[in-house]
Design a protein around this ligand. Structure first.
Ligand code: ADP
Ligand code: MG
Length: 261
């Protein structure tokens, strides 16, 4: 064992990346009452980078995603997206939020809208774009995620995997700078997981900046530039997938990996 490389520094170093910083969390803290759920989080995600966030249940991964999208207010620190500090509320927040696409575990499609309407609604209502242009773009996105032939159906008529692919298309329709995925395949039947991961992998290959919370280690190995390991509200370790999976530095990461691999 090389004791010199053993993680002794409190601040884990991140692997180098050539893109510009796009999402920057600086000293972010968040409490839920007495629970210190995000503890001095420093994280920079660069343009074109794919960061996979893993860690035990309750470690703060969802809260981190929600904080980046301002669905959850933070108590201290700053979060910037493409150089702008996320404002607390108002029109500026709505605009910045539309730069961060989010896909959740539950697909959250509008049940009484068609698949196509689900994808066009945001750009038309929130961004006031022209509906014929949006419609064209939406059909292109539905094509890309492989459900264009379902455009006139309603969410309940689609499988879970198809609905989650629509949710990805809906987020992309807002032309976000970064996409957040919070356990996007956890609610899916096993046979549908790969069709969603395949869409995410191709997005990653096309250069989309992505932050992905997932337990799908195959996806992490295939698509991630960096794995961030969280436990108890802290970033314990971060490394390239290869380094992380073959040589995790912390006891907690080793323990976690032994349980899921
Ligand atoms: P993860 O996504 O890693 O499982 P979460 O971010 O969902 O973790 O939760 C982190 C911790 O914060 C957990 O202990 C959870 O119970 C708690 N928590 C999450 N949301 C709330 C909330 N709205 N109010 C109080 N506690 C919460
Ligand atoms: Mg979660």
């Amino acid at each position: 064992m090389d004791t010199q490389t053993e993680a002794t520094t409190p601040e884990p170093t991140e692997p180098p990346h050539t893109g510009e910083p796009l999402v920057v969390l600086d000293g972010v803290n968040k409490w839920f009452g007495p629970l210190h759920v995000l503890q001095d989080i420093n994280l920079t995600v660069h343009t074109g980078e794919v960061v996979v966030v893993i860690g035990p249940s309750g470690s703060g991964k969802s809260t981190l995603c929600r904080a980046i999208n301002r669905l959850e207010p933070i108590d201290s620190g700053t979060i910037t997206v493409d150089g702008s500090v996320l404002p607390e509320e108002g029109k500026a927040l709505a605009r910045l939020r539309s730069e961060v696409g989010m896909v959740f575990q539950s697909f959250n499609l509008f049940a009484h809208k068609t698949i196509l309407e689900n994808v066009t609604l945001g750009p038309v209502k929130v961004r006031r774009e022209k509906s014929d242009l949006v419609r064209e773009r939406a059909m292109g996105l539905l094509e890309r995620v492989g459900v264009a032939n379902q455009a006139e159906k309603y969410p309940a008529q689609l499988s879970g995997g198809q609905q989650q692919r629509v949710a990805i298309a809906r987020a992309l329709a807002m032309q976000p700078k970064v996409m957040l995925f919070d356990e996007p395949t956890s609610a899916l039947d096993p046979e549908m997981i790969n069709e969603v991961l395949d869409v995410m992998t191709s997005l990653a290959r096309e250069g989309m900046t992505m932050i992905v919370v997932t337990h799908e280690m195959g996806f992490a190995r295939r698509a991630a530039n960096r794995v961030v390991f969280m436990a108890d509200g802290q970033i314990v370790e971060q490394a390239t997938p290869d380094e992380f999976f073959t040589n995790p530095q912390s006891e907690r990461a080793r323990d976690f990996l032994s349980k899921i691999l």
